[in-house]
Design a protein around this ligand. Structure first.
Ligand code: ZN
Ligand code: ZN
Length: 365
């Protein structure tokens, strides 16, 4: 076996092509795994639209949320619990890191490694070729954190844990404990926002409020434990939304705001959070925003950003899915199912908000 089928992005907004892509000869510690499920993320749509990705990155295999079954391992490879990684293991894997830069060694933030790179946006015509989920096989390099998927977690949900949920878990770690009297507002009701509302509920918040659209996704948020939701298609002015939230938070604003929408929502979230409150920014896009100069100081805010995650967040994300499925109907997150030859349709549907979390099954179709 020297190659496999893959969906390949060849240009900005170009139809994704079904191509044969080379498979790598494994280097020491390398893993080759059969993709069981790949879910798509808003970031995949941004990349396809030419945002958040350096020019000239094509051709690449999209998809950075992948659950895969180990086919071949070269050398001794362990998961984050120290167990050997062997053929047949179902795994999710962190982005690679170098292990010797400041971020890896001193800061212990391998997600910020200076030599890291993201899956789902690496050239498919140079070694190791297959580093995206929309292919039959996926290569994982020696320096990356491997986490085995518990039996009770489906591959599509495990895949969604490999970006959306692990980032939210990481963000909540940075926020610190949520106390039983606190109100959490979540901006956005895509996969990040839905997972954030479930986690806020699970961490014991007194009240969880979700602001977003469309109505069907807000219904999922309600299902996942949101006490109140506000549809931004109906409340179109930020000032009205801030006032609506203030009326429900003793006139002072929420203790915590988790921005899971877009950087464009940061000014509204920072204006909404109470004085002395905590703000977590997860959603991102490229445009500039402006903030009142004194805002963070005068309101005495704790502001956190988060990107990516490390092995423990992947592990905790999978444990959350495995242990809380009776409380939160997680499967409602997964929307349409696609195959390697319909990835364009999936990206298009996401860009038009017709899909929440589409799954690509490379071995179907
Ligand atoms: Zn993502
Ligand atoms: Zn590093």
């Amino acid at each position: 076996m020297s190659d496999c089928l893959a969906a390949v992005v060849t240009g900005v907004l170009a139809p994704v092509e079904l191509q044969r892509v080379s498979l790598p000869d494994l280097d020491d510690g390398g893993i080759l795994a059969r993709v069981d499920a790949a879910t798509l993320c808003g970031t995949d749509v941004h990349y396809w639209q030419g945002d958040l990705i350096p020019p000239g990155t094509t051709p690449y295999v999209p998809g950075h949320e992948t659950a895969a079954i180990v086919e071949e391992v070269r050398g001794d490879r362990r998961d984050i619990l120290g167990q050997p990684v062997v053929k047949g293991d179902r795994i999710i894997v962190s982005y690679p890191y170098c292990g010797h830069c400041y971020f890896c060694t001193v800061a212990h933030q391998t997600n910020l490694c200076m030599n890291s790179y993201a899956f789902g946006r690496q050239r498919a015509d140079v070694f190791p070729y297959v580093q995206g989920g929309c292919a039959e096989y996926h290569y994982y390099p020696a320096l990356s954190d491997v986490v085995k998927v518990p039996e009770e977690v489906s591959s599509p949900l495990a895949a969604s844990a490999a970006c959306a949920l692990r980032t939210v878990v990481h963000g909540f770690e940075r926020l610190g404990a949520i106390e039983p009297h606190e109100t959490v507002v979540v901006q956005g009701c895509g996969p990040l926002g839905l997972y954030a509302s479930a986690l806020a509920r699970d961490r014991g918040a007194a009240k969880v409020i979700v602001i977003g659209a469309p109505a069907e996704r807000l219904a999922v948020a309600t299902d996942w434990g949101a006490d109140e939701v506000l549809n931004i298609d109906e409340a179109t002015e930020a000032s009205d939304r801030i006032e609506w939230v203030r009326e429900r938070t003793r006139g002072i604003g929420p203790d915590v705001v988790v921005q899971c929408a877009s950087s464009a929502a940061n000014p509204e979230g920072l204006a909404m959070v109470r004085r002395g409150g905590r703000f977590l920014a997860i959603g991102v896009e490229g445009r500039d925003i402006t903030l009142p100069g004194g805002l963070i100081t005068v309101k005495s805010l704790q502001v956190n950003g988060v990107i990516g995650a490390v092995g423990r967040h992947f592990y905790k994300a999978l444990q959350f899915l495995a242990t809380r499925s009776d409380r939160f109907p997680f499967e409602r997150l997964i929307s349409g199912t696609y195959t390697l030859d319909t990835v364009t349709d999936a990206l298009q549907a996401m860009s038009e908000f017709r899909e929440v979390k589409p799954v690509v099954l490379p071995r179907a179709g």
